[in-house]
Design a binder for this molecule. Structure first.
Ligand SMILES: *[C@@H]1O[C@H](CO)[C@@H](O)[C@H](O)[C@H]1NC(C)=O
Ligand SMILES: *[C@@H]1O[C@H](CO)[C@@H](O)[C@H](O)[C@H]1NC(C)=O
Ligand SMILES: *[C@@H]1O[C@H](CO)[C@@H](O)[C@H](O)[C@H]1NC(C)=O
Ligand SMILES: *[C@@H]1O[C@H](CO)[C@@H](O)[C@H](O)[C@H]1NC(C)=O
Ligand SMILES: *[C@@H]1O[C@H](CO)[C@@H](O)[C@H](O)[C@H]1NC(C)=O
Length: 576
């Protein structure tokens, strides 16, 4: 480490002492970043990104002695993925927003992980000590499960990790009926009443996706259970399983010791390599049979609900014991070409960490950006009671940094107008298709599209629209269907990017207010409909609408008018 870095670290510590809880300006994270990476329009201001190069899955998130840790799949050598070189990047934070980057926590070094240190999880043992389980791609290119523990528990940053001499602890193979190239991403362990730890690991057997179960008394010797925790035919590989309890009546999080079926439900999330989306089901963990049973109406396949209907994959939650909440991390892909990625020198980012809990209905999860990000809000613009007239109104939101903002709007539609809404076509069961341009133009348009145009260039050459549409479920019905869309088709003059429009149904009654919150951060647009009942994340790369040249609008292109009960927009400070 050179003197400059030491010097900055000392300054950083001094600043930390004085500012205590204030947002910390972290000085050392950008140290090794070449200038051309720092000065790019598409690097984000307040999302977590690696200082450079390729990043994917979030790994082993936890809080230890009041410090949040985020590990992540990282390629130390370049901006594209090289599975054989993958290490565990490592960063820490006191507020989930400002991060210090450390050197990688785990790198390939042993026969059991020499071809890559892949995803895994941390478990905090009852004595407070963290242990880490990760998948190693071994010297035979088999996927095996390995263990590592912190070298120095008094180092709050846990910078150094020791691999177990017993690695690999769990191996695939014919004897175990585990496919050796499809056995990865162990979950956080949970302790059964029988005193045995359990982990589940993703796998596939033909087209059957599996969450294989292993148990152990000492965390070192693991035994495969006869039955998987859960499986489903026809899905292909289950990656990055996540299995956790949620409280039935409360938005507070619970840790994995919570089993009481009266108090909690369980969630199983899997990432399907077939579609590259994350799907969850809600159900019951049957402790006697040691299996997970999804509730009626849930199937663990691509019909299950998604955390996010845009770009969001390989997610993982952890229990934050400091604020009794469960927090979800998920990584967000690029939409650009490999050539552009190599030029940028970095790829992919993490979505803003989200608090996640069970909706009152018990039938879905709700997600909301952690409250800490509100500390980045600066200038606020506030509107009250404005009308967005039908037939194409567009109103600019002046006075915020439109390239880096947090916007929340509450819309209200009159009951009379709701009765005039278009009836949804019976075949329109896929919200993404409803949001696609072609299908939208088929509708004569009544209630919506209304919403926000973000990352807009001066003359509207470029914009991304995040909007709502309301349909009647049937003729003469008071039931409605609310669709939320994120349309990237006009986001950039650049031609080669993926601009697929995304859509989601939002389970809210339009007779009440409908809210839409959007976090805008240079090249990412993260939107939350109905107070977090539906989420859509997209990546865009405007050519004109960058930095100070960016505008923000509210709009209504439907034929009926819509009230904006309130709109708040804040400029957002940068972190790091
Ligand atoms: C990883 O390394 C192994 C040899 O150890 C090689 O067979 C395999 O092709 C490599 N995979 C990639 C994607 O480079
Ligand atoms: C462990 O970490 C603490 C705090 O950073 C440090 O003071 C101590 O020297 C470390 N111990 C060893 C053996 O490295
Ligand atoms: C084993 O996993 C690989 C993916 O790595 C898959 O292509 C193959 O079909 C799987 N084999 C079986 C028998 O499931
Ligand atoms: C990420 O995006 C690229 C480019 O659009 C695509 O080829 C790739 O399949 C995506 N990967 C995942 C895991 O979504
Ligand atoms: C969307 O429109 C296309 C034609 O533009 C049509 O082929 C497709 O069936 C429509 N989808 C739905 C769900 O109506």
């Amino acid at each position: 480490m050179n003197n400059m870095v030491w010097c900055n670290r000392a300054i950083f510590l001094l600043i930390s002492l004085f500012l205590a809880n204030n947002a910390l300006v972290v000085l050392d994270a950008l140290h090794n970043v070449p200038n051309h990476i720092k000065n790019q329009p598409y690097r984000t201001g307040y999302h977590f990104q690696a200082p450079k190069n390729w990043m994917n899955d979030p790994n082993g998130p936890m809080v230890y002695k009041g410090i949040y840790h985020l590990f992540y799949q990282w390629n130390p050598n370049g901006a594209l993925m090289e599975v054989n070189d993958t290490v565990w990047g490592h960063a820490t934070s006191t507020d989930l927003i400002n991060w210090i980057t450390h050197s990688p926590a785990i790198k390939p070094s042993r026969p059991s992980d020499i071809n890559g240190c892949w995803s895994g999880s941390v478990t905090i043992l009852p004595n407070g000590k963290p242990v880490l389980l990760y998948t190693g791609n071994d010297r035979y290119n088999r996927q095996v499960q390995n263990l590592a523990i912190p070298k120095n528990l008094t180092d709050p940053y846990l910078r150094h990790w020791t691999k177990s001499p017993e690695n690999p602890l769990v191996t695939p193979g014919d004897a175990n009926h585990i496919n050796s190239t499809a056995f990865r991403d162990p979950t956080t362990a949970w302790l059964g009443r029988d005193g045995r730890w359990r982990i589940t690991t993703g796998s596939q057997d033909g087209r059957r996706g599996l969450a294989i179960l292993h148990t152990s008394r000492d965390f070192v010797r693991w035994k495969q259970s006869m039955k998987p925790l859960h499986y489903h035919d026809g899905t292909g590989m289950w990656e990055c399983p996540d299995f956790f309890p949620v409280a039935r009546t409360d938005s507070r999080g619970v840790d994995t010791t919570a089993f009481n079926g009266k108090m909690v439900k369980h969630v199983l999330k899997v990432s399907l390599t077939d579609t590259f989306h994350d799907y969850y089901t809600i159900g019951t963990y049957d402790q006697v049979r040691d299996v997970y049973v999804p509730d009626n109406g849930f199937v663990q396949d691509e019909t299950a609900p998604r955390y996010d209907y845009g770009k969001f994959y390989a997610s993982k939650t952890f229990y934050d014991s400091v604020y009794q909440r469960r927090i979800l991390w998920g990584w967000v892909n690029e939409s650009s070409t490999d050539k552009d990625i190599v030029n940028m020198g970095w790829a992919r980012l993490q979505a803003i960490p989200r608090k996640v809990w069970l909706d009152e209905s018990g039938k879905s999860l709700v997600q909301w950006p952690v409250k800490e990000i509100e500390s980045l809000r600066t200038t606020q613009v506030k509107w009250g009671n404005k009308v967005l007239k039908g037939g194409g109104s567009v109103m600019e939101v002046h006075g915020v940094t439109a390239s880096q903002a947090d916007v929340e709007v509450f819309f209200k539609v009159s009951g009379l107008d709701l009765e005039k809404a278009d009836v949804i076509e019976p075949g329109w069961t896929d919200p993404q298709l409803i949001c696609s341009q072609k299908n939208a133009s088929l509708v004569k348009s009544g209630l919506g599209p209304f919403g926000l145009m973000v990352l807009v260039s001066k003359n509207l050459e470029e914009y991304t629209s995040v909007y709502l549409r309301i349909f009647k479920a049937r003729e003469n019905s008071k039931e409605h269907v609310v669709v939320m869309c994120s349309d990237q088709s006009r986001s950039s003059l650049e031609k080669g990017n993926d601009k697929t429009p995304y859509g989601a149904f939002v389970d809210v009654s339009p007779y009440q207010t409908i809210s839409l919150r959007t976090l805008i951060d240079n090249s990412i647009v993260e939107s939350f409909g109905g107070k977090g009942k539906a989420c859509i994340t997209s990546r865009v790369y405007p050519k004109l609408a960058t930095g100070k040249r960016t505008h923000l609008f509210a709009f209504n292109k439907g034929s009926q008018s819509v009230d904006v009960l309130s709109l708040s927009a804040w400029s957002m400070k940068s972190t790091r």
